[in-house]
Design a binder for this molecule. Structure first.
Ligand code: FMN
Length: 237
């Protein structure tokens, strides 16, 4: 059982890699081997829409992306881990997702069909329903509306309605998870598990001190490996 852990945080010793490491601990205790790809340490440039993958599903840009695809195709399951950056994945993870567009063409196989995926998302703020985060998100929403108004006073309200549902606060973590989930659907993989963790306050590494988060990551790794094994043995589809 080979699991590939793709990590999108530029802070290589931050919360995201820490929890991905705990996930790996769980996976290894359940019999898997885990290989890490730290996007910050390899070269995966952004997609330039050259369209050359349209022919055969192979990205022609010359960097480390191709070798990561080889690893993805050879593994039995993938963990995608990213912090939330401005309501989405990091630039490193986004470049990787965009480049994977080469594997998403409907005319060719992605090589990832049916493989299980898990997601870890680390955020700095809790989801909107808890505590005073409402205030935080309301403030952000108002800032956004303010910017839109400044940009084009007349159309601001209309544009804002299209851009965001103003009746609901933002949920950046959920939006980030959705991006990872859609990526996995486009590659025809199956999402098996996820966790989110929040490092509130001034301690940027707060997640590392939280036993509950650590245990969740470990048990996600165990559960994921056991399910991935059933899928590999065709006992679960
Ligand atoms: C540029 C930037 C943008 C961020 N945007 C958000 C955000 O929109 N929502 C949020 O909850 N946290 C946000 N954060 C906080 C990070 O998600 C949080 O600190 C996370 O734990 C970082 O993961 P790491 O320790 O692996 O680097 C942002 C951090 C940075 C540096």
């Amino acid at each position: 059982m080979k699991i590939l852990s793709i990590i999108g945080s530029p802070r290589v010793d931050g919360n995201t890699r820490f929890l991905a490491g705990k996930f790996a601990e769980g996976a290894m205790s359940a019999g898997a081997s885990v290989e890490e790809v730290i996007l910050q340490k390899v070269k995966v440039g952004p997609c330039i829409d050259c369209d050359r993958c349209n022919q055969d599903g192979v990205c022609k840009l010359d960097d480390d992306f191709g070798s990561i695809v080889d690893k993805m195709k050879a593994c039995d399951g993938v963990l995608l881990a990213t912090p939330v950056y401005c309501c989405g994945v990091t630039a490193q993870m986004k470049a990787f997702i965009d480049r994977s567009n080469s594997l998403m063409h409907p005319f060719c196989e992605s090589g990832m069909e049916g493989k299980p995926a898990a997601f870890i998302v680390c955020a700095g703020y809790p989801p909107p329903e808890t505590g005073n985060i409402e205030v935080n998100h309301k403030a952000r929403l108002e800032t956004m509306l303010g910017i839109l108004k400044e940009m084009k006073a007349l159309e601001a309200n209309v544009t804002a309605r299209y851009l965001i549902d103003t009746t609901k606060p933002f949920d950046p973590t959920a939006d980030t998870l959705k991006t990872l989930y859609r990526f996995c659907v486009f590659l025809r993989m199956q999402a098996l598990g996820l966790m989110e963790a929040v490092s509130l306050g001034h301690n940027k590494d707060a997640v590392k001190d939280r036993q509950a988060e650590i245990e969740r990551a470990i048990s996600l790794g165990v559960m994921f490996t056991n399910m991935a094994r059933l899928i590999k043995d065709k006992m679960l589809v």
